[in-house]
Write a protein that binds this ligand. Structure first.
Ligand SMILES: NC(=O)c1ccc[n+]([C@@H]2O[C@H](COP(=O)([O-])OP(=O)(O)OC[C@H]3O[C@@H](n4cnc5c(N)ncnc54)[C@H](O)[C@@H]3O)[C@@H](O)[C@H]2O)c1
Length: 406
């Protein structure tokens, strides 16, 4: 049987994870890093992970041994000459990524596909910088690549549709769920997920709930695996705020995605989350203690507003909670629905792809469109109108969700 070969440039967190996935699914891997010892070190790390999977009985000896035998260090560009696909996972700089591809290009098959694992750079611009835009595609894995199910397959403006189809087919063969996206800032996941964090910080600013209350509501009422505050701490508050600002600026500063001054002031103080042991929570205690003080305000809802919030939760929540929990949940998810709708209208991706991306890229319990249908567009629009009246007319003045939710 003919064995396909993938070249991977960069053996860091993502490159090594992708190499492991490919080798476990029957592909030969040629891994290239800045020098031979660094690439060797990356492969040793993958082999250690495969060994652990074998010890735990999660991998058969046959798959383990085959995968290990397929991992090679690419000591020179010519080592990539057999590759059908080359994926780069190096530093997030367009010039460095383009140079890495240009260096190996003369050694590659003329039909080899050039894929980038970038999270934030333009696939179109990278294609132009390499001078071969039709061969370039985004293949955006999530961390840790062996565990996270999603790959966003991103079409640059000039990418060949056959190249896109082939990359989607390969990702499926590697056991991944595929969401196809256009070359929009943040693609799908990093774009549609923004309100999860931003709306939580907005709630903290308005004083209706503290970090622990928000996280608990989103876990228990919403069915999310982690609340937005604990997740921002895990990701790194600096990474989270940088992504928020970058997507907001690239999308033309939509009010719904305005970066949060409270969150940015916490980052400015050097409180970056788990890695500095202080962020939304203080990790010097066990369990971690909430570290953001809120000017507490009691949520006072009219009968009509209470009915709206509770009905929203009845239709959309895993288990409806207290009035405040339902409010927190409804407020955060309706903003995700609004952002998913904006992404659809901008042509970032189809509904089905947006749902797949959010379910498998960030483990949302449901895709936003499927979820919006369960709640019903009327309730969603009523919730947004309520937020526009009670909090900020401009921020929530999004286009009505009716019509795209069905
Ligand atoms: N870490 C994540 O959570 C994540 C998730 C999705 C996408 N990404 C993207 O994946 C890419 C890599 O991220 P990472 O976290 O794996 O980085 P990393 O720092 O862990 O690894 C980068 C690797 O690339 C190597 N490298 C740098 N320049 C090189 C060159 N010119 N030629 C060959 N090798 C080179 C480095 O030696 C290092 O081993 C970035 O574009 C990032 O935006 C990261």
């Amino acid at each position: 049987m003919h064995t396909s070969t993938v070249g991977i440039i960069g053996g860091g967190t993502m490159g090594a994870g992708i190499a492991q996935v490919a080798a476990m699914h029957g592909w030969m891997v040629e891994l290239r890093d800045v020098d031979e010892p660094t690439a060797r070190h990356a492969i040793d790390g993958i082999i250690q992970r495969l060994d652990r999977l074998l010890e735990k009985g999660r991998l058969s000896a046959e798959v383990h041994d085959d995968a290990v035998s397929r991992l090679c260090v690419a000591t020179c560009p010519d080592c990539l000459s057999e590759c059908e696909l080359v994926i780069e996972a190096i530093v997030e700089r367009l010039d460095v990524k383009a140079a890495a591809f240009r260096e190996v290009l003369p050694s590659l098959r003329p039909d080899a596909i050039l894929a980038t694992n970038t999270s934030s750079l333009s696939v179109t611009k990278l294609g132009e910088a390499i001078g071969q835009p039709q061969r370039v595609v985004g293949m955006h894995f999530f961390n840790p690549a062996p565990l996270m199910k999603l790959v966003e397959v991103v079409a640059g403006d000039a990418s060949d549709p056959l190249v896109i189809d082939r990359v989607a087919e390969i990702a499926h063969q590697w056991g991944k769920e595929v969401a196809r996206a256009t070359d929009a800032p943040g693609f799908i996941v990093n774009h549609v997920a923004r309100p999860y964090y931003l709306e939580a910080f907005r709630l903290l600013e308005e004083g209706f709930a503290g970090v622990a209350e928000i996280d608990k509501a989103m876990r228990e009422v919403g069915g999310f695996r982690m609340g937005p505050c604990e997740l921002a701490d895990l990701i790194g508050m600096d990474i989270n705020t940088a992504a928020a600002r970058s997507v907001w600026e690239q999308l033309g500063q939509p009010p719904l995605l305005t970066p949060n001054t409270l969150q940015e002031s916490i980052v400015a103080r050097g409180h970056l989350g788990r890695k500095t042991k202080l962020g939304c929570y203080d990790y010097s205690t066990d369990p971690p203690a909430p570290a953001i003080e809120v000017q507490h305000r009691v949520l006072e809802l009219s009968d009509e507003q209470r009915e709206l919030v509770n009905r929203f939760a009845q239709h959309g929540a895993v288990v409806p909670g207290s009035e405040l929990q339902n409010y927190v949940f409804a407020r955060i998810v309706v903003c995700i629905f609004a952002q998913a709708t904006a992404a659809l209208r901008r042509g970032v991706a189809q509904r089905q792809d947006i749902d797949t991306a959010m379910r498998f890229g960030v483990n949302y319990p449901r895709g936003p469109f499927e979820w919006m249908r369960a709640v019903g567009p009327d309730l969603c629009n009523a919730m947004l109108a309520f937020l526009a009246r009670s909090s900020d007319p401009e921020r929530y003045a999004v286009e009505p969700l009716t019509g795209v939710a069905s």
